[in-house]
Design a protein around this ligand. Structure first.
Ligand code: ASP
Length: 440
């Protein structure tokens, strides 16, 4: 018998109807022994996530006379009581709600307040599906410096989970050495799920959300992009870095190192197989040469020009030192024999342009330094591209047919990605063209 850890996102647990779907999914496979829920998410576009309401209540609790605190907390109570009612559960949650309210008012802390969304959702789900409740506070531990204490956490969790046939473990939070509650950053239930999968030696970590997997392109740009059936951790990292939002950035590391695949699934369409995120996959097991496309706007190019730069030892180092001094990390470094360009996020240099130019002039005495904004980067990613001939040609032809000028090209030496820099105005059309070229 295998073991599966399942994590459900906030939209999968937003109301009683979704709780019923979640229960159906969990019960459909007895291997789904460990369940990690998020807090109730939005029920509609205009709705507010319970986590956001909790942050708001905390903020209001600190204001003089606490205007709106009661109303805000009332909304949270309504969310949970309506879920319980919709599930016809005989579970009186009023004591918990009262206790949490008092604790927030007595300054139990911002993280404590935020964490209660997952805590309460897990209590309800555990009752509803008849699983044990294991409080994350007792099994997820942070170090003094706020980072996760992985060794302690995994050993405590492994020990605890052995004692339960089935359990619900709230996502998003754990305990600091001084006993207070601390949360991960937003979306952190993904991390809890990954750690639970690792500690329970799960065969699969299923991450249930409201889309049928990782898509080949951004659906806001490309109409109905295909879902990627199988993607490697490395490919996913490339796409996520360039803006594809799938899982919390830190969620893949625990399972990745242990070789546990992540299966991204859709709670609203459980029959869809979703995307398998795996450590390694054959290059040619995909129908398409590319695995996916992602991109981000908001980059600037700083070009340093100096005749004979190529023969001047230490030139590059001195240029980069300037960026280091300003605490700016760079994205790409395209260069020619007499020019070196540094591509950075515009937000990193905003308001400091003149000082940066002055420093560069002082440090490398260039012939010319310029800054150009409005660059968008597009990453075309795919293990199928490695050693495959003609992929770059197809990308460039498609982009040129769409009348888009390419301002920068970069290919990682692993050949897993090709990055294009285009004008922000061409951001959408370039991605559509590339997608259309590879997905016919
Ligand atoms: N509820 C938290 C948030 O909204 C954590 C999570 O959903 O993963 O960020």
């Amino acid at each position: 018998m295998s073991v599966i850890t399942v994590k459900f996102g906030g939209s999968s647990l937003a109301d009683a109807e979704h709780f019923k779907m979640v229960a159906g999914i969990v019960k459909a496979n007895p291997d789904r022994r460990f369940v990690v829920p998020s807090a109730p998410g939005k029920r509609s576009k205009e709705d507010t996530k319970v986590t956001d309401l909790l942050y708001e209540c905390y903020r209001l609790s600190k204001e003089h006379d606490m205007p709106g605190f009661e109303a805000c907390y009332g909304k949270i109570c309504d969310r949970y009581t309506s879920i319980i009612k919709g599930l016809s559960l005989s579970f009186d949650i009023s004591g918990e709600l009262e206790y949490i309210k008092k604790a927030i008012l007595m300054r139990a802390g911002r993280d404590f307040a935020a964490s209660r969304g997952e805590y309460l959702n897990s209590l309800i789900l555990a009752k509803y599906i008849g699983y044990d409740f294991v409080d994350a506070e007792n099994v997820i531990f942070f170090k003094e410096n706020g980072t996760l204490d992985m060794d302690l956490t995994v050993s405590a969790l492994a020990f605890e989970l052995k004692r339960h046939e089935n359990a619900v473990i709230p996502g998003f939070y754990g305990q600091m050495p001084n006993g207070t509650v601390k949360t991960f950053s937003r979306g952190g239930s993904d991390i809890t799920g990954s750690i639970v999968a690792l500690a329970s030696k799960s065969d699969i970590y299923e991450n249930w959300t409201d889309v049928s997997g990782v898509m080949m392109a951004d659906p806001r740009i490309v109409d109905n992009p295909l879902v990627i059936d199988r993607i490697t951790y490395r490919e996913l990292r490339e796409l996520s870095y360039m803006g594809a939002s799938v899982l919390h950035e830190d969620a893949t590391f625990p399972v990745r190192n242990a070789g546990i695949p992540i299966n991204v699934r859709n709670t609203n369409k459980p029959e869809d197989p979703g995307t398998m995120i795996v450590s390694s996959a054959k290059a040619y097991d995909r129908k398409h040469v590319i695995t996916g496309i992602a991109g981000k706007k908001g980059f600037s190019v700083i070009t340093v020009e100096s005749v004979m730069m190529n023969s001047e030892v230490g030139f590059g180092r001195r240029v980069l030192e300037v960026f280091e001094e300003f605490g700016i990390s760079f994205e790409h470094l395209p260069s020619g024999i007499d020019t070196m360009s540094v591509i950075v996020a515009t937000s990193e240099i905003e308001g400091r342009e003149d000082r940066i130019i002055r420093s560069l002039k002082h440090s490398v005495r260039p012939d010319r330094v310029s800054i150009e904004n409005g660059l968008a980067l597009i990453a075309v990613v795919g293990r199928g591209m490695v050693k495959a001939k003609g992929t770059a040609a197809r990308i460039f032809k498609a982009v040129s047919d769409a009348n888009v000028n390419i301002r920068m090209i970069d290919q990682g030496s692993c050949e897993l990605n090709i990055i294009l820099g285009v004008d922000e105005n061409d951001f959408e059309s370039a991605q559509k063209a590339i997608y259309g070229e590879f997905v016919k």
